[in-house]
Design a protein around this ligand. Structure first.
Ligand SMILES: C[S@@+](CC[C@H](N)C(=O)[O-])C[C@H]1O[C@@H](n2cnc3c(N)ncnc32)[C@H](O)[C@@H]1O
Ligand code: SF4
Length: 371
């Protein structure tokens, strides 16, 4: 379903497109940069905050653009280091954005490293059997302005909380495109949003600190390899043979490992960077020592880093995480071959961190309330 907002979001405009809109209105070329400075550098929350613009121009901007296309519905802080923002869109759809803090000794929570996890779609059409985002199916793509606005909402929240945030333009260290949705299925909006986040007139956020995670859309991985901006790539593998992968990821039928692995290889050759293979460990599905051996061989050939993620249980789904012992045995097969591997300590379990769960719960509550 396509959503056409009554007014396009300002956060979806590039310097060029905004300059053109303003030029049509007879404004000088520098005006666009002035407005974008208000949005990204001075964090203006209303048109009236933009005090160096004339009143008629502010009125025109208000008629023409939505300044902020997403609103904070719920901000949940877990007892560990993960905050989750539930955001509402113009059509009342809900998306999730997560702030993951990695405390470092001696610097306190304020200066901990921060990774922001953003969404690219409402729901997901890929229908992976283990994932909460795909449970209610696909609703729609986010537009570029909605993707960018998630990061601005994080800035607003952090500016109010920490000195570091007020001092820095973007006080986070990494962006991971690992929230709800398949990012490469919404390719054009994602690229436009990342261009805005990266631009000096936007948030000035380095492309090499942005990781895009995909379930494995081969033609789009090849297209991404040709982009000038050098993003990092993570692949949701979750099965090290077609037989296992196909059971839990329908995308494997269209793009089996024989197509996916050469595409990953082409990407890392072009960018000269290590790709990450994400592998959720699900009990009795993909956690055997045989799978670990197959994964080791794939990772070694690709010179890839492996991220092992103990499965986060999802209400309504039968899957479980393996015991810690079994997780360690699996990781040991990779470690023994000197494959770089991280066995992730999951964060935010107590606030429904498995992507899409907070949204599903809130939508259920809404249905109950309206019934
Ligand atoms: C939600 S997806 C979004 C990005 C993209 N669609 C993808 O699949 O890579 C991000 C990561 O979360 C993982 N994931 C989904 N459900 C999970 C769960 N219940 N527990 C742990 N990880 C999960 C996915 O497999 C994927 O590696
Ligand atoms: S894991 Fe990624 S691709 Fe699969 S359903 Fe979830 S969000 Fe979509």
């Amino acid at each position: 379903m396509k959503f056409t907002p009554a007014k396009p979001p300002l956060t979806g405009e590039t310097l060029d497109t905004l300059t053109e809109r303003l030029r049509e209105r007879g404004e000088p070329a520098f005006r666009a940069k002035q407005i974008l400075d208000w949005v990204y550098k001075k964090r203006a929350r209303s048109w009236d905050d933009m005090t160096n613009l004339s009143k008629p121009l502010r009125a025109w901007l208000d008629e023409t653009f939505e300044l902020m296309p997403v609103s904070l519905v719920l901000g949940k802080q877990s007892t560990d280091v993960t905050d989750k923002l539930l955001l509402g869109l113009g059509d009342r759809s809900l998306i999730e954005t997560v702030i993951i803090r990695a405390p470092q000794d001696g610097v306190g929570i304020e200066h901990s490293r921060k990774t922001i996890c953003i969404s690219t779609q409402v729901g997901c059409a890929m229908a992976c059997a283990f994932c909460a985002s795909g449970l209610a199916g696909f609703k729609r793509d986010l537009n570029a302005g909605e993707i960018v606005a998630q990061l601005l909402q994080v800035c607003y929240r952090e500016d109010a909380r920490t000195v570091r945030a007020r001092e820095e333009l973007a006080s986070f260290d990494n962006i991971v495109v690992m929230g709800m949705g398949e990012p490469l299925a919404n390719y054009d909006a994602l690229m436009r949003a990342l261009t805005i986040l990266n631009a000096e007139w936007g948030l000035g956020f380095g492309a090499r600190r942005i990781t895009i995670s995909t379930s494995g859309l081969v033609p789009k991985i090849l297209q991404l390899a040709d982009e000038k901006m050098g993003f990092r790539l993570a692949i949701s593998l979750h099965g090290a043979t077609d037989e296992v992968r196909e059971k839990i990821m329908p995308v494997n039928k269209a793009y089996p490992l024989s197509k996916l692995i050469p595409a990953i290889s082409a990407f890392s050759e072009k960018h000269g960077r290590m790709v990450t293979l994400e592998f959720i460990l699900i009990e009795d599905v993909n956690d055997s020592i045989d799978q670990a051996g197959e994964l080791r061989d794939i990772a070694r050939d690709l010179h890839a880093h492996v991220n092992l993620i103990p499965y986060n249980t999802v209400e309504g789904l039968p899957w479980k995480r393996p015991s810690v012992r079994r997780q360690e045995d699996f990781a040991d097969v990779l470690r023994a071959a000197r494959v770089p591997v991280t066995l992730r300590r999951e964060k935010g379990h107590d606030i429904d961190a498995a992507c899409g769960q907070l949204r599903l719960k809130t939508e259920k509550d809404r249905e109950l309330a309206s019934a």
